[in-house]
Ligand binder design. Sequence first.
Ligand code: GLP
Length: 242
Amino acid sequence: MNIYTFKDDESFVETAASIISSLVHVNPHAKLGLATGSTPVGLYAKLIEMHRKGLVSFAGVTTYNLDEYVGLPENHPESYRTFMNEKFFNHIDIPLEQTHVPNGNAEDLEEECRQYDQMLDTYGPVDIQLLGLGHNGHIGFNEPGDSLSGATHLVELQEKTRTANARFFPSIDDVPTHAITIGVASIMKARQILLLVRGEDKAEIVHRALKGPITTQCPASLLQCHPNVVVLLDQGAGRLLV
Ligand SMILES: N[C@@H]1[C@@H](O)[C@H](O)[C@@H](COP(=O)(O)O)O[C@@H]1O
């Protein structure tokens, strides 16, 4: 595991963007596992800027997102499909049919999970999986517990997760209670993992995830078993690692 801590936002974002853009340069048909949340927003903005300058093309790239809320219409401002379109896909040259986000409005959610999983099995593994980190150690929406699921599944969001994500909704009551997430097996199959974490409030969970015991009670701790993980932290998030 290679862990880097950055003093300033610009170098944090530039490093993340150069990892993704170099991969796409080497393999224009790269498969990218993408994430939502506030942390990767700067990375997406930087990649858009690089694309506008003609430095990178995503025309041949295929993307697979980690997760989606259940029950928000696809065009809801806080659905992860809307997030990805607005923050990234609509500003680059990727055809939308090459982008995949689980459908949280499928009539049969179990079937949607099965199909998403089958797609990952058929076309995966992704060349790189981008990840953020939840305050409780979740990756994607794989919440801590006595066990974890390997496959794409329906999950009930924990109170801590709903509270953290309430900042994007009018009130906590508007935060969905369930989500679809790819499982830890799919995440662990990625050829490379790029974990991005920012903020003092994540320092403790960063320490638990990267240096603590490997346990289902902290899903991100499983990343310690992956052979190719790059972790980018700002100083706040990396505070307890020294
Ligand atoms: N499902 C997403 C995760 O994929 C993300 O990593 C996490 C952290 O988000 P943020 O980067 O906003 O702290 O939030 C959500 O719960």
